[in-house]
Design a binder for this molecule. Structure first.
Ligand code: TXA
Ligand code: MG
Length: 338
């Protein structure tokens, strides 16, 4: 199989929606990263998706829907989560909440299959803002399970070409709508044991954005399990390495060691520039938004830049910096055997 790459025109979107409804795999753009979509109600389609990604099955998927109403048919949001949904949907926010129990539901309403939830009683839902994603979900009329459209463990794709490199021979359609606006995955907010909102993954919506809506600090959800299944991952962090390029990364470097390349942020001090075997700059101006949008493309570029190790200049931890530092830490983590 070789994927059909379609421009995200009306016809392209309608063809992709038909493909999803027929159980196919469609890579599509969102405002965060490209997602690899499958009909979330079909265990067969979802099994194909896990297989294409080479993803461990215990890592549950986000159900993407076209509207808040569609999301409310799938999950029971807490009051605070509802405020976040009202503030940030459509947009780069994912909410993890108890799924709505089947009894009493409209039996014709599609339910997200167990496999997509990895057997959890909670479900992650997101209403994307990208017009193409929205049009696709509206045309498909089903919840679409979509992890980032990369092979598991590789950096997330922010352009259709990245998807093609990783998955061209494993998916049916790649919808091309150019580079993604944010370039970082959605922020994930779940609930702690007391039902209060907790941050599962920093992302395109910053902690401060969340806190300004909630009116109080949002804690990180302690990693290591969910109330329903202590052994299952609550967020991508449980996987030792994620978002990984092939080169090694050395974070918060103050100097460049012999043979190293430099992954820079902001103006590069002259001694570092002189010592580096190659330089990739996330944002010469030191702009976190620009660095976020280009992060995964930069990580992919490092693999063909020459040096086998890169020193990474310090990135400030405020605002989007928190999510950028999180992704870099995962990219630098020791690799599990593939
Ligand atoms: O921006 C995004 O969120 C992108 C685009 C395509 O929407 N999607 C994405 O999906 O990043 P993925 O699968 O790469 O990351 C979603 C993470 C999973 O790694 C999983 O740990 C977490 O969401 N997750 C999903 N369902 C969950 C649940 N029921 N409880 C806790 N965590 C969950
Ligand atoms: Mg991912």
């Amino acid at each position: 199989m070789s994927a059909e790459i379609l421009k995200a025109t009306l016809e392209g979107i309608e063809k992709a929606a038909r493909c999803l409804r027929a159980g196919g795999l469609v890579a599509f753009p969102t405002e965060t990263v490209y997602g690899l979509g499958a009909d979330a109600t079909s265990p067969t389609a979802v099994a194909r998706l896990y297989e294409a990604k080479g993803r461990p099955r215990f890592n549950p998927l986000i159900a993407h829907v076209e509207s808040l109403d569609a999301a409310l048919r799938l999950v029971n949001l807490s009051m605070e989560q509802r405020r976040l949904a009202d503030a940030f949907w459509p947009g780069p926010l994912t909410l993890v909440a108890p799924r709505r129990a089947a009894p009493g539901r409209d039996p014709s309403a599609p339910a997200v299959c167990d496999l997509a939830r990895a057997g959890l009683d909670t479900l992650a839902v997101r209403v994307p803002a990208s017009p193409v994603a929205h049009a696709l979900l509206a045309a498909a009329g089903i919840p679409v399970a979509a992890p980032s459209a990369n092979v598991s463990g590789r950096p997330s794709p922010t352009e259709a070409a990245h998807v093609a490199v990783d998955l061209a021979d494993r998916v049916d359609i790649i919808l091309d709508d150019g580079p993604c606006r944010h370039g970082l995955e959605s922020t994930i907010v779940g609930l702690d044991a007391h039902g209060r909102p907790a941050l599962l993954r920093p992302g395109a919506i910053t902690r401060r954005d969340l806190e300004s809506v909630l009116g109080e600090p949002i804690p990180d959800l302690a990693t290591g399990g969910t109330p329903t299944d202590p052994a299952s991952p609550t967020a991508p962090g449980q996987l030792a390495s994620h978002y990984a390029p092939d080169v090694a990364l050395r974070l918060d470097a103050e100097a460049v060691e012999p043979g190293e390349g430099l992954l820079a942020f902001g103006p590069v001090p002259a001694p570092m520039l002189k010592a580096a075997a190659a330089v990739v700059n996330l944002s010469p101006a030191g702009d976190l938004r620009e660095a976020a949008a280009g992060l995964f493309a930069a990580l992919r570029a490092l693999d063909s830049a020459g040096p086998s190790r890169f020193a990474v200049m310090p990135i400030p931890s405020e605002g989007l910096g928190e999510a950028i530092r999180d992704r870099l830490a995962r990219a630098a983590a020791p690799r599990p055997p593939r």
